[in-house]
Every structure is written in C-alpha cells, then in structure tokens.
Ligand binder design. Sequence first.
Ligand code: GUN
Ligand code: FE
Length: 467
Amino acid sequence: APERSSTALPLIFYGRIIHSTSRTEVTILSKASLGINKDGKIAFVETAHVSPAEAAKRHHGFGNASIIHLKPLQFLFPGLIDTHMHAPQYPNISLGMEGDLKEWCEGWTDPIEASYSDTSKAGRVYPAMVSNLLTNGTTTVAYNSSIHPDATNVLAEICKEKGQRAIIGKLCIETGATHGNMEKSVEQSLKDEQKVVEHILNKVDPKGELVLPCIQPRAGSYVSESLMSGLGKLCHNATDEKSGLRIQAHMCETPLEVSNMHALHPGYQSYADMYNHHGLFGPRTILAHCIHLTDRDIDVMAERGVGVAHNANSNTCLRDGWCRVRRLLERGVKVGLGTDCSAGYSISILNAIRQASNVSRHLAISTGDEKWVLKFEELVYLATMGGAEVCSLSDRVGNFETGKEFDALVVDVGLDDNINVQGWEHDEEAMLKKWVFMGDDRSIRKVFVAGKLVAGKDTEAQKSGAM
Ligand code: GUN
Ligand code: FE
C-alpha cells in the first residue's frame, strides 16, 4: 500500500540515496539524511552515521521537519532529464515509422504540427502529456513546440501549473516544410518568437523558477539566412542571467538534411559554422542528433561549448545513423539524452538509457572497437547530470549537491513485480541496474520538482481515495 507521510517542507529523507558524482561515478549512500529546506533546495546530505532526528537538530530551520524513512527496496534518485521532446507530436507516438526522416516529416509530422493552429488542441493534448512525463520521472524537459505562439504559450502555462521544469520556445519554420507547416514571413516568425519569450518571462514564470524561454530554428534547411540571423540577434539582445535565451535546433541528423542545409546556406565550411556565424552557438545551445558530423563541426562545437541531445530511439526508428557519443565526450562536448517523440516511440528516459546503451554497443560491434560502449555509470550520468549540463541547469539540478533544487524520485523496486530483485535485495548496485533496465512508472512512488511533490504512484493513490 502507498505510504502515508507528509511531504511538507522542510523535509528530511533518511535512507538510500543514489546519484552521479562524476561522469564515471555513481555514488550510493546506504544510510544518509537529505534535508530539503522551505525553498525546495537541498540544505544538507549527511552521510555519516547520523540519525535523521540528530540531523534535524544540527541544521537551522529543520527543528520541526517531517522525516520520511525510506524502506529497504526504496531509494532517492535525481529527476530524469529529457533534452529533446516534441510536444505537438505526442499524439503520433508509435505511428509513422515506415519511412526515413524526410518521409516521416512530410507524412506525419508536418500535418500534426500544423493542426495546432487550433489552440484548443494544445489545451487537450499538453496537460495529459506533461502529466505522463512527470509520472515517468521526467522532471526537466527541453520541449520543441509548433510554429504557433498561442499553442506554445499554453504549453508553457501547463508546465508551470503542473510543476515541470521546462525549456520552451516557438518552433521557427519558414521554408522546406509541407502541409502548410510554415510561417508567413521572417518578420512574423521573429515577432511570434518574441511574443512567446515575453509571455514566459513576464506572465508564466517571471522569477524563472521552472519555465525558461528558448528560441527554436527547426533545422538549417527550414530557416533562411535572414531569419537565422534575426534569431541570433534575439539571443544577443538577451544575454543577462535572467533573460539569457537558450537555443534548441536539430543538426546533422541525416546526410540529406546536411546537404539541404548547405543548399539553403551556401558557403559555410560545415553545419556548425552556419549556426555559429549567426550567433546561435554557445553554452546555452541544445543540438539534437549530431550524427553526421565533420571534424570541423566537432571543433566548432567543442570551442563554443554547445550541448548535444542524443536521441538513440528516434535515430534508430528513422534509420538516421548512430551518434558517436564517445567521440563527443572525448572532446568535452556536453551530452544528454532525449526521447525525440514522436520520431522516438517512448517518452521514458529509462528507455532512452537502454537505447543509448544499445546504440553504443552497435557501434562497438560494427567497428570492432569496445571503446564506443557506454558504461553503466556514464548512462546514468547522461540521463541526469549530462542532461542538466546540456540544458545549462547543472548549477540547479542533476544530482544531490547541497544548494541545488530538490528534483528527485522516490523509487521503490518492490512496487513492480517485473523487477525481480529476489536474491539481490542486499546488493544496492544490482537493485539500481534492475530498475534502470526493467523499471518504469510503476516503481516511481514520488516525483519532486523544486521540493514540491508533483507526481508518482503515491499521489495517484491519494487522488483515487486509496489513502
Ligand atoms: N527535423 C525536422 N523536424 C524534426 C522533428 O520533428 N524531429 C526530428 N527528429 N527531426 C526533425
Ligand atoms: Fe527532434
């Protein structure tokens, strides 16, 4: 039965705490006290043999804190981070996988994205989508939207209301798309993008607590030189900490996509040079895919500090190719995981971990070189800290460092009979691996964002009156 316990702040968790402490290290604290202050931030992690009551006494403001004791099959884990997801494509998940990227875009994606000119559709689709991602443990998402400012504003409002951390912008498409999935003019596109940015900064989340604005050129082949340059200027006009804009775009997904970019933007040495020329490359840039990269692309990416959203599921479904994650990591390029629904068929970041693991193994098989294999610790990192870095949020989320916001999951492998821990109950690493490779929302009891309980099996039970 779901446990009954107060999650009011301040709050102390006592028990097993698991998180990434470096790219190659997953730290498992067997008996720790983690304190969350009234602002939803991590005030302390006491790893020594300190009882939670003792920890409460030691830390200012925790005198009357509620205490949650985690059970033997439970652990705290950082909230999962999806660095690339297409909100309007949510109804299409699992459909349209017959074709390649071009066929899929024209046959499935342009029509459904265009349909959000009806803003009421956003009101029907987005609440269920955000709830489902939260239930599956995704606490931060970099969302791609459609070209419509009103539907995009609805997405931003719903994320704020439901308590999901999100990076959101209006998608810019001016050429190259089908089914009318394009904007009227460069001026319209820029005006609408600005409208969404201002709505988020002034109305949805003026303190920038959860929802952060970004600009979103779909990809090089969909945005002309003049719009690309206008979007770059939008970013440059907003470089201060509060309004500094993030950027999301697709890059080097298929060979055809790369050559289409060069046809529309002649004269650039590489894809990365084009984005970089327009001022769209920096530490706040999130690039989806990055499969068909030249050495020059990687040089520019490493120099500018951009991040990559690795979407192993969608890259396999559309037969795009394999992203060389090891090569990016070796060059110090930030990498996180994305679901890229609906080109990918699962909204779960646990699934993204498994797919990233398999793609890395396929690279090892095809090259005969083991170095491509992503180790378990690296996979956990990509799904949490790596994602936080890619989203420029590693000072706020990604692991349980003191001072960060408490974005976390209470995992309970005992809730899901599919996770056969029998015989391994006393092996903490085995328990973690079993959850990562076999678990899903059934084993997620509680989901916290910024210290607030926003989803999980316990909250569902509460709603249905079972508690
Ligand atoms: N290229 C242009 N649009 C898209 C999209 O929606 N998803 C993916 N994966 N690639 C794209
Ligand atoms: Fe995508």
